[in-house]
Design a protein around this ligand. Structure first.
Ligand code: TPP
Ligand code: MG
Length: 817
């Protein structure tokens, strides 16, 4: 069979180089396959918990890797091990370290054992948290497990190139881009294209015309569910045909290619890369006829749901088998009539396959030993302590039994070691000798070091953390300049955009009209429509845009129009943004600021304040609830001096209220994690935040008239909350505590109560039962009366405080009802 080499790559290369490349590719594919085969065995024999592998998807990934350049980004899913291996970003040993959950970033650079295998990442950050030069390395944004969860971020990763190419203010930023030439490469399984996030991203990328190459690995199944239940017409390229660009409209370039066809794949991927890189046009590559040689994952077997014919078809169309056939059959006749081949006999290929097998088997052993040695050194320590302790203890027999059970374990875990140590300590509780102290010390150290391994890096632990940024008060001119509060937002954003050229603000109605509340009025005109822009109505991908842009060195402020609609974005904020630092052991960051507005308007979807849902799903993101626009502006100023992700919730009913315009716009700073006492008092500590504070302040005046003097604390920052423990200092003075908000009962008020009563030991100082006052459990009803009877009113606050004072001193505060 004669083949043209020209189609393999656009550059002409010599046959011997071409041959080397093909055989090297084949070897990578085989190594990757061996990893999958051995990986499954490791799970089935109990050495690893769960395995999901890239077998059956190897060959297209070789093609994608060839078209992928330094500076480019991948945002993909669990099938992409071959791609990572082809780039040199994942060795077989690292592959197995991940499978075993080796909790050491040096052994498992993908996540330090935090993510199950098959979740890939590269390091964007140095150890001190500063950026590396991303244009000089291959980049893979860290994978997450929810199907299609990689899509929103992909949009932002691609858009960053467009910004760097077209926006003058950031063009000198060479650590992140060279003229916007970088492509963002997405991968997704065929079944996951059923998710809304996929369609939302595809549409948005078409609108924005960003350099994104989207590969769909199509094996006709999503676990056991066939394409006929997943995709209209059973074909994603068929139904996306309407996105194809034409002479009249921008759109996509769409390619369809079989996943076992090495030559065609190389050709398609080179073409796709050129279109995306040079023209900034998104490309969809539908890679069909892929297979799952071992089924979906280690939790099941595909023989249960695939017909015999399908299983046979998969065997025949295995992409590596097909590539092997092609290598064996390949012949090229030169002009002199010489026949060129990749190999002279099949033996050469068999030898190469044996080498691949051996390499993987050795890498697996190395990974296992490295993983186990860490644990074994702890095990030996404990065994030796227990051995000596048993000799001295009256409970020696039991301790000896624990010790020998532990020693007998061939594959011990950290849990086995520590749990034995902790159980044995109980048998030493009444005794006193050196070994007991040694055991206590061991347990303490083990728990401390486990914190670093399993619980560190939830938030920024570097010197750039915003928690290190001190408060800076607003300054004011001599003659009071009282304005509508939204003017403070607008003028402060103006100052920030001038000061930080890498800020981009975008959202629904954020561009042309300058947001629905005019906080960005006139700024698009001044800073251009790249820095201040309108988006479609698509909250999840607005956040995704922000995550991707932030991962490439820009400082996005993503607007979600109203807090009630944050729920559309909450999933991606929770799964992706909030976990990014944690899941990469601090090797990636996305300092995205999400701006929204909420509390107190009218009705079920215009007055929500689901702060409990927010703070409990967004650990890893700062959640800030400023009571007015000066405080809010101060938060933006602080956040932009650090690099932490945050959500700022402005008060929707505060834009038209009057505030004094500060003179040091862009400079004054609201501290993060600190509360503010806005009224001092001696009878009760009342903690609240956001719009509800105004009601508490009103109630305080009325309470004063009946001789009750409350202290009001503005929480301002819910995540983190009151790191200086100022609330308990107030409770020490008042001995009574009430937390008020307009979330559901047991929402954010319960969280604040737990912080003060339990974490800050507030219970020690209370003279009466601590209480919460929140909205009703239902969404707020519409209208003034709906609001009055759904959310806490001034009267509710007054009466709650009064009732608590009555319980404390019934003589002085007679019953109201
Ligand atoms: C949101 C979400 N729902 C369900 C799952 C469980 N799940 C994991 S993979 C998968 C099937 C994905 O199939 P496909 O996209 O075709 O990828 P393939 O595994 O076939 O390559 C499912 C349902 C998940 N991870 N996330
Ligand atoms: Mg599939």
């Amino acid at each position: 069979m004669l083949q043209e080499t020209k189609s393999i790559t656009s550059n002409q290369i010599s046959f011997s180089d071409f041959k080397k490349e093909v055989l090297n590719d084949y070897k990578i594919a085989k190594i990757s396959r061996e990893c999958s085969l051995l990986g499954r065995r490791e799970v089935l024999t109990g050495k690893a918990k769960f395995g999901i592998f890239g077998d059956g998807k190897e060959v297209p990934q070789l093609a994608m890797a060839k078209a992928f350049k330094k500076g480019d980004f991948r945002s993909g899913y669990y099938r992409d091990q071959t791609f990572m291996m082809a780039l040199g970003e994942l060795s077989p040993q690292q592959f197995f370290a991940g499978l075993y959950a080796h909790a050491d970033i040096k052994a498992d650079p993908m996540s330090a054992g935090r993510q199950m295998g098959g979740h890939f990442a590269t390091h964007s950050l140095n150890d001190d948290g500063s950026w590396k030069n991303l244009t000089k390395q291959y980049n893979s944004s860290a994978d997450i497990s929810p199907t299609a969860g990689q899509m929103p971020r992909l949009l932002g990763l691609a858009q960053a190139s467009k910004v760097y190419r077209n926006e003058k203010s950031v063009q000198k930023n060479t650590n992140f881009s060279i003229n916007g030439n970088e492509v963002a490469w997405g991968t997704i399984g065929n079944a996951s294209t059923s998710e809304g996030l996929f369609f939302e991203t595809i549409n948005a990328a078409g609108v924005l015309q960003v350099p994104m190459v989207m590969s769909v690995w199509d094996d006709e199944y999503g676990i056991s569910v066939h394409a006929k239940f997943q995709t209209t017409k059973e074909s994603i390229s068929e139904i996306l045909k309407g996105f194809q660009r034409d002479s009249e409209y921008n759109g996509y370039e769409i390619f369809i290619v079989n996943g076992w066809d090495y030559v065609q794949l190389m050709d398609v991927y080179q073409k796709a890369a050129t279109i995306a890189r040079e023209e900034h046009v998104p490309v969809l590559i539908h890679v069909k006829e892929l297979t799952q040689p071992q089924g979906h994952s280690t939790s099941g077997s595909h023989e249960r749901y695939k017909e015999k014919e399908r299983l046979q078809w998969e065997k025949d169309h295995d992409c590596i088998t097909k590539m092997r056939e092609w290598i064996l059959e390949f012949e090229l006749e030169t002009q002199d009539g010489e026949i060129l081949r990749f190999i002279n006999s099949e033996e050469e290929l068999i030898l190469l396959e044996k080498e691949a097998k051996k390499e993987v088997s050795e890498a697996k052993k190395e990974a296992w030993n490295a993983y186990l040695n860490d644990i074994k050194s702890d095990l030996f320590k404990v065994v030796s302590i227990l051995d000596n302790a048993a000799k001295k203890s009256k409970n020696g027999a039991v301790i000896n039994k624990y010790k020998s059970d532990l020693s007998a374990l061939k594959e011990p875990t950290r849990k086995d070691v520590l749990s034995t140590a902790r159980k044995c300590l109980r048998y030493l509780k009444d005794e006193n000798f050196l070994e007991k102290t040694a055991l206590q010390q061991f347990i303490k150290n083990a728990i401390d070091s486990a914190f670093d391994k399993y619980s560190s890096q939830l938030t920024n632990e570097s010197s750039k953390s915003v928690l290190h940024i001190a408060e800076k008060l607003p300054s004011y001119s001599q003659e009071k300049n009282i304005v509508d509060a939204r003017v403070i937002m607008r003028d402060n954003f103006d100052a920030l955009l001038t000061k930080h050229p890498e800020i981009l603000i975008f959202g629904e109605d954020a561009g042309f009209i300058g947001d629905v509340n005019q906080g960005l009025e006139g700024l698009q005109e001044k800073f251009g429509n790249i820095r201040i822009s309108d988006t479609g109505i698509r909250e999840a991908t607005i956040i995704g845009q922000g995550i991707g842009l932030a991962m490439r060195g820009l400082r996005p402020i993503a607007e979600v129009q109203y807090l009630d609609y944050l729920l559309y974005a909450l999933q991606i904020m929770s799964d992706d943004l909030a976990t990014l630092r944690y899941r990469t052991f601090g090797k990636q960051k996305a300092p995205l600021i999400v701006r929204t507005r909420g509390h107190r308007l009218e009705g079920i979807w215009h007055a929500g304040s689901p702060l409990g849902a927010i703070i409990n799903s967004l650990r890893g993101i700062h959640v800030l609830v400023p009571r007015n626009m000066t405080k809010a502006a101060g938060f933006y100023n602080t956040l932009l001096d650090g690099d932490d992700p945050a959500l700022v919730i402005e008060c929707l009913n505060g834009y038209r209220l009057k505030e004094e315009l500060p003179t040091n716009l862009g400079e004054f700073k609201t501290p993060i994690g600190l509360v503010e006492t806005i009224k001092s008092g001696s009878d009760m500590t009342v903690v609240s935040y956001g719009s509800t504070l105004r009601l508490v302040e009103e109630a305080a005046k009325e309470l004063q008239q009946v001789g009750i003097d409350i202290e009001i604390i503005d929480a301002q920052s819910l995540l983190p909350f009151d790191i200086n423990h100022d609330c308990v200092k107030s409770v020490i003075k008042t001995n009574k505590l009430l937390v008020v908000d307009e979330d559901v009962p047991g929402g954010a008020t319960a969280y604040i109560l737990q912080e003060i009563v339990e974490s800050q030991n507030g219970y020690l100082y209370l003279d009466s039962k601590p209480a919460t006052l929140s909205a009703k459990a239902h969404r707020p009803a519409y209208g003034t009366d709906g609001d009055y009877f759904s959310k806490p009113s001034t009267e509710d606050i007054f009466e709650k405080v009064y009732e608590m004072m009555h319980e404390y001193n019934p003589e002085k505060f007679k019953r109201l009802y």
